[in-house]
Structure formats: structure tokens, C-alpha cells
Ligand binder design. Sequence first.
Ligand code: ADP
Ligand code: MG
Length: 634
Amino acid sequence: MSVETQKETLGFQTEVKQLLHLMIHSLYSNKEIFLRELISNASDAVDKLRFEALAKPELLEGGAELKIRVSFDKDAKTVTLEDNGIGMSREDAVTHLGTIAKSGTADFMKHLSGDQKKDSHLIGQFGVGFYSAFIVADKVDVFSRRAGLAASEGVHWSSKGEGEFEIATVEKADRGTRIVLHLKSAEDEFADGWRLRNIIKKYSDHIALPIELPKEVAAVEGEDKPAIEWETVNRASALWTRPRTEVKDEEYQEFYKHVAHDFENPLSWSHNKVEGKLEYTSLLYVPTRAPFDLYQREAPKGLKLYVQRVFVMDQAESFLPLYLRFIKGVVDSNDLSLNVSREILQKDPIIDSMKSALTKRVLDMLEKLAKNESEQYKGFWKNFGQVMKEGPAEDFANKEKIAGLLRFASTQGDDGEQVVGLADYLARAKEGQDKIYYLTGETYAQVKNSPHLEVFRKKGIEVLLLTDRIDEWLMSYLNDFDGKSFVDVARGDLDLGNLDSEEDKKAAEEVAKSKEGLVERLKTALGDSVAEVRVSHRLTDSPAILAIGEQDLGLQMRQILEASGQKVPDSKPIFEFNPAHPLIEKLDNEQSDERFGDLSHILFDQAALAAGDSLKDPAAYVRRLNKLLVELSV
Ligand code: ADP
Ligand code: MG
């Protein structure tokens, strides 16, 4: 044992403590994954070394063959992993093995309920990683040295996984990392060659570099213990370079967990080799669950980039648009140069054409999923629907394709679940219907009962109900789908086109004519509050409604802009009334101008409330209503 200097004891970041606790208590039924996680890290470390050595060959320090070795000691109850990758400096070890760098982690941890069953699902969104060592070990020693540092600048990190770790500077002759797991007494089954070999075959066969175990060589009596012979136990070739037909689903799944640092299986994947003008292989995955930091601006996104099988960078963001940032995977190019940088990637025209091809691959994969696995697609939509809705604004070229993947709630369902696709909607449209009708609003309960839907209910026409915050913004980018234009049913002068018969139209015109007097009186009474007053064709039960002007901002957009402190152009609604409603008839017969005024303002305010808007002068509304109530009771 070499001398240790500068020894200190440090506390784990609070989030690490929480994660450790959660992990140890929720993953005991899946203990063996610790090995997968540690091998995954060793493989990443070797990738990083290989890449850095392109510019600085001296980092290879004589160029030993890159590999991972797993050994064990039955008597000491230890399992040891050793890699000759990039290694860690003392500071690296303190940050990487003592904190979690992901932004939003603390917030995420607040969601923990203390109920281990529920929380164990959350850990899936989080990934497990290095700390999984403590599922099986009650003490972990890490010896490491960053490639390029002197042998005297090795680091020894040690912890019992309880709240703190020790760190010291030590001598380490070889670069890379050695991790010694001191197994809990109940977990000594892992100090076994057969067991380790099986776990490696099961989870880590796809790792592209050799994973070696000591060969079992029987000792011959009277002779010295034979030198250890090592034997490679995994396939040790890059999975994406193999033909699709030869890769099993389980292999694709395990590879996903390694590249995505995820804990769960992916929902779907697409593996393709492109030859011709450009040559590259891609393996793209749709995760099953959204990571907790999907909406964090700085959250990691992008693909793992390889150039001719050599790892070049993590999180290469230039290969997919932002609305597909949840896609994980690998792209391996034969055309790019090994010293490509992020800046070059942003400008390179090769990347542009790869990006559009890869985008199309993802959209095709999602189309296929929607078509063949509708239950799974529902799950996908719940997790990633909000992000997909950013698509039409960002990706003009694929607008129609993205629109086809969107899912909405509609008047056909009764629980507000977003399950209706535009193709389904059109397939069951009424005869003569050449529009896609929708209504946006704050909550499902509010839009579901909106008076704007009355005429559609009466005629049995389906209306899409849009209540996500970004829906109105989304709809401003969607003009049509499959040649049919979108119509906001709360906007403008509702024209039902062929859905209204000639008689309907004629009758409506006659009614409008007969109510001209009332229209004028209402205009005078409501004055500045309205842009226009007119007879409505959209109401059957409610007395009145407010429609939004054709060019005006809707309520949702107005609220978003206001919340962000922007000045919102003033716009006035159109007041439409239902001539057949008894209240309107009463109004029409009202002789007193004062009472006419009160009643029309009440109708106006009620219509605003029904649309989910707030009243400009709520006290005036209450005063007028109470006045009427008093008169009523005498
Ligand atoms: P992740 O792999 O998702 O980054 P982990 O918890 O598995 O998270 O690992 C944390 C970090 O510790 C890694 O990102 C890496 O910086 C460092 N690390 C872990 N194992 C090794 C290793 N064998 N060699 C070098 N660095 C390592
Ligand atoms: Mg890891």
C-alpha cells in the first residue's frame, strides 16, 4: 500500500445522499445492474481517452491495449474493476463522485414521496450510475489517475455510502481507474467468476472494447500458483456496425441503457446504414419515459457521435432539431474528420443533410409506432407530446408529417385524454365537412362546457379541445392538414360551409334581419366594450357568447404575453346573442333603458366568464346582478 497524503473527509451533496438512500432501498431486486453501470462508465472513460489521444498521443503512455478487467477475491469478498481509460484527477473524483451535476436535480428530489415503490420509478428517469455500487457494497474504494498526470498524482476515493467520503492523493503507476467493491456479507455471491461472466454477457456484451475475466486455471500441487490468464468474455465489437438482423432485441435494449444512461428499456429504435454520397450509420432510440430535465434549457441532449468507429463527442446537438431532443442514440460517420468540433458541426453542410435524413428517420419511426402500437404511442404522447408540439414552428419542412403525429382531446372523448389524431378526425368527419374545428382554452372542464360548442353538438360535429399552454401558439403555425384548414370555433364569423343547409342559411338571414333593432340597441348599451354585436348561429342553449376577432390574439396567447411582461395589443370581442333564448326575448321587450343596459352588461360579463376570461370590473357585475335579484324578489 503506497503512502497517502492530503487526506480529507468530505460530505456528499445532499442530492447524492438522497439518491444513495433511494437506490439502496429500491433496487435490491435488480442488484446485478451495478456491474453494468460501472462497466458503462469504464467504457465511456476509454472512449474519452481514445478521443483526447487523437490530439495528444502521449496520453496513451506507451499505448497499452484499451480494455476493462473484472476480477474477484472470494476470501476477501471483493469485486474489482479496472480500466485504462481517461481516469480522474483528485478534483474530478471530488466532483464526479460526490455531486450530481445535472441541473434541476434538487427540484427533482423534492418530488420524492418517501414511498419506495413510487420513488423507484422516479429513479428510472434519473439514471443510476456510479452510486449503484452501494447496492451490493458496504465500502467502495476508487483508485484513479487522469491520463497525462504524473504517477504521484493518483487519487484514492473511499466511502461507505453513508454521507461522506474520504479522499487522498496516492501514487498510481498506470493511468485509469480501479474500483474495489467490498461486498456486503449477504452479497458475496458476486465474488464468483461464473456469476460475473453471466452478468457481463447479459448486460455488457455490446461494449465495444474487451472485458476480461481471469481464466479459471487449476493449480497444480507442488507448483507455484500459475500467473493469471485473462480471457475476453464479451463480443467486444461496436453494436451498430453489426447487421440489423443479427442483433437481438435484448442487445439493442442493453446498448440503449449504456448510451442513454437510462435505467429502463427504450420504447422503440431505428437502426440504419446509409451508403452513397454520404456514409454513416445511425441507431436512434425513443425512450419510454421523459427525463425529469426535459424542459431544462441546459439539460443534455443530442446523439453520441463517432467518426469511423472512434468516439468523438457526447451530446452532439446538431443532428436533430430541438423538438426531437429526447431522442438518444449513436451516429457514426465516415465523412467527417476526426478532429471535428461543435463549431464545425454547426456549419458543415454535410451535417445539414444528415440532420434532415435523421429527422425523417425519427418521424418515420414514430409514425410506425403510432400505426402498429397504438397503446405504446399513447404512452409516448403522454411523455413527449408537449415537446412534439414545438415541431411545426421549428421544422417547416416536416410540418404535415409532425401534424399527423399530434394527438388531441376532442368532443368525442369524455375524459380529456389526448388520443385523437388528425387522420382519425378526418376519417370520421361529417359529410360535407371540409374544415378541422378546434377550441382552445385554459382547462378541459372549461372548454368541454363552452357555449361555442353548442351548434357543433347539435349537428354532431367533432371539435378538437386544446388546453395545453402552447396550443394556441401551436395552432398559429398549423394552417391545414391533408388539404383541410383549421378553424378556431371561437373566432370570427363562424361559417359552417356545407354543413349548413340552404334553408338553415336563409332562416338565419331572416332572423338577423328581424333583430336589427336589438343589435343597434345593444351596440349603444355595450359601447366601447365590444367590437361588434351580431346574431349568433352557434348557440342553442346559452343566451350570448364572445367571439374573438379573426386577427386578434386569443386568450391563451394574451395571457402568455402578459405573463412575460409584453405589451399586448388591445382587442375587443364580438358580442353574439342567441335570438331564440328567453333572456334575449325578454331583453328585446325591455322598455326601460336602464334595465336594458344592466341586463346586456350582465350577459356580456357572463359570456366572458364562460370563455374563461376574468372580468374588467367584477364589482359592477355583482352590483348589477344583485339589483336585478332584488327586483325579482319583490
Ligand atoms: P454518468 O455515467 O451518467 O455520467 P455516473 O454516476 O455513472 O454518471 O458517473 C459519474 C461520473 O464519474 C462520470 O460522468 C465520470 O465523469 C466519472 N467516472 C465514473 N467512473 C469512471 C471511470 N471508470 N473512469 C473515469 N471517470 C469515471
Ligand atoms: Mg454512468
